[in-house]
Design a protein around this ligand. Sequence first.
Ligand code: TLP
Length: 344
Amino acid sequence: MKSIDLRSDTVTLPSPAMREAVYKAELGDDVFAEDPTVNRLEQMAAERMGKEAALLVVSGTMGNVTCVLTHCRRGDEVILGDRSHTFLYEAGGVSALGGVHPHTIANQPDGTILPDEIAAAIRPDNVHFPRTRLICLENTHNRCAGSPLSVEYTNAVAALAKKRGLLLHLDGARIFNAAIALGVDAKELARGADSVTFCLSKGLAAPVGSLVCGSAEFIAEARRTRKVLGGGMRQAGIIAAAGIIALEQMVDRLAEDHENAKRLAKGIANIDGLSINVENVRTDIVYFEVAGDRLTAQQLTVELAKKGVKILNIGPGRLRAVTHYGITADDIDIAIKAIREAAA
Ligand code: TLP
């Protein structure tokens, strides 16, 4: 029985071209900035995001915490969505490691946080308050249906940040999914941000790594933060080699994942006992709910696992499936059939 693992796009395995590139990678000591493969990947990443420089980090979590700690001092405040990955799923790193105070604003169903609410959350200069320093956005927005945030929206928040003397960080873990869904260059989505992170190890299928991108001055400081976090790596070209292939070969194919996600969503919409908003599915992430009390999300995931299909129960009554490299349209049809049987 073939396992169809839809828990996340992080489960992707490296392509044959990546394995070959890893084998052949030219290496050096990256803490001395002497790994030619890392240097090349960082240059490519900066170029892709329209920034001066980039820094390879281990993970998206490390990228976000590196950026927040580089932008903020202890006691500063960051404004971010209440369903953002940085707030929900990064072990409280910005406060645990940086002493940075999170100020959450309700995420709208489309992943935005409203500019008026951001403006209202910015603290006046008063000895009682933390200093507002940074705004964070997430694109695509994982918990909000994998929604892509538009160029116009991002620019509006960037303009607000600039006007109020704040910085903007973009968690672009899946920024290429957003770019493909919107039909724009990823650069345009990153233009207004002072820093942006994107991940190699999600839909782009590399085994490890994320890139932090920004001005040369910011990246020099971020390099120091990365060192503090223990993230100065040595022959990291082993990681970067697969990352280069990810950028060269795996970006355009994300469109296929989006089509498969839509196919899955349409299939789920026809299954009794489940509810889904098909229109919300615009990238590779599919959320759906169990309707009524006949079946729990937990029962559904357990039954599905017996049929070789893995999805995530993210609780109460809510499930997530993510399409990715290695999952075909045929796999989606098999998964739909399994979900129908399990739901029955
Ligand atoms: N997301 C993972 C889990 O942690 C939930 C997933 O399976 O979706 N930003 C965003 C928007 C993310 O979705 C993730 C990972 C990260 C940052 C963190 O990346 P990693 O896992 O590389 O630390």
